[in-house]
Design a binder for this molecule. Structure first.
Ligand SMILES: [Zn+2]
Length: 71
């Protein structure tokens, strides 16, 4: 390995570390708090759904409508 190879290897390492730190500071989807009631219609969101879909804000019905609207 010559000096240029080791320099670029170091650069790759530093870039990887910077990216790792960057993503460490991002809130993860799994850490989001699920809503207990739907933000749209106010229906209770079942606990099972809150656990299954971390950070969900809508009941299954409104979520389906929202998903449809996006497409
Ligand atoms: Zn709803």
């Amino acid at each position: 390995m010559d000096i240029f190879d080791s320099a670029s290897a170091l650069e790759i390492k530093q870039t990887a570390m910077a990216l790792t730190n960057h993503f460490k500071n991002q809130p993860k989807q799994t850490q989001l708090q699920s809503a207990e009631v739907c933000n749209e219609c106010g229906s209770d969101i079942p606990k099972a759904r809150q656990d299954a879909v971390k950070g969900c804000q809508f009941c299954t019905h409104c979520q389906a409508l929202a998903d449809k609207g996006k497409r």
